[in-house]
Design a protein around this ligand. Structure first.
Ligand SMILES: [Fe+2]
Length: 242
């Protein structure tokens, strides 16, 4: 029997459950092909408001700062992002050519030459982030074009309380061994995100009056994501048109 990755649960008014808002398998890079291996990894209860986790996932420069010892490099922070927004999702991509491989790529594939990488995230409003991480050996090096990692990661972020969050994480790739390897490898990586989120929450909760908007980073994508969510909340709070 096939094992699922997610169960979508709508705890509110059934009349307001809109299934069309759910991203499709194709949209998030999930495949039912026998060549594709997908696996639910972890569930965490995070002591920080959901907005902080959304901010983290909408700002992948943090791979350079927070995960430089594992899945990121300085180029994650230095490379400008390409953005694309539509009614369903906000997309961010960083295309890094001829760039140093992150430690995990070096380690897993035993390479020490530059790579071409794509790092990105598609944020499906209001709480699902589908990530992409692809890399291949850069031009001009032995095995140029050899595919290294090719992975999709899925983060579901749902508020538990006003200041805590349920965080679900899963991963998929044609590289079955890679997915299995990452189950353990990514534990301390996610712990870094959770630690950062919880520290920011602690700072916020010591402020008497929380400012209406917390600009912790000047990141355009995170601000765009917040605007969409605010518009959804405003629409929900508005009295129905008569
Ligand atoms: Fe992270």
């Amino acid at each position: 029997m096939e094992r699922g990755l997610w169960a979508w649960i709508w705890p509110g008014d059934p009349a307001k459950a809109d299934e069309s808002l759910l991203p499709t398998e194709e949209e998030i890079g999930f495949s039912r092909s026998a060549d594709f291996h997908a696996k639910p990894f972890y569930h965490h209860h995070v002591n920080g408001r959901y907005q902080l986790l959304n901010d983290n996932l909408l700002d992948l420069t943090h791979l350079g700062y927070l995960h430089g010892g594992s899945i990121g490099t300085a180029d994650d922070a230095a490379t400008p992002e390409q953005r694309d927004q539509n009614a369903r999702r906000l997309r961010s991509r960083r295309i890094m050519k001829n760039t140093p491989p992150p430690p995990v790529t070096r380690e897993r594939f035993g390479i020490d030459c530059p790579v071409d990488r794509i790092s990105g995230m598609d944020f499906f409003y209001p709480g699902f982030h589908a990530g992409i991480g692809d890399s291949q050996v850069a031009e001009g090096y032995p095995d140029a074009g050899r595919q290294l990692n090719s992975s999709r990661v899925w983060h579901a972020v749902t508020p538990a309380t006003k200041t805590t969050t349920n965080y679900f994480f899963a991963m998929g790739s044609p590289d079955r061994e890679g997915v299995e390897f990452m189950v353990e490898y990514l534990k301390p990586v996610l712990a870094e995100d959770i630690f950062a989120t919880e520290q920011i929450e602690k700072i916020i909760s010591t402020v008497d009056d929380v400012p209406p908007e917390l600009m912790l980073r000047s990141d355009t994508t995170a601000v765009m994501g917040r605007r969409v969510l605010q518009a959804m909340m405003d629409a929900e709070a508005a009295p129905p048109a008569s």
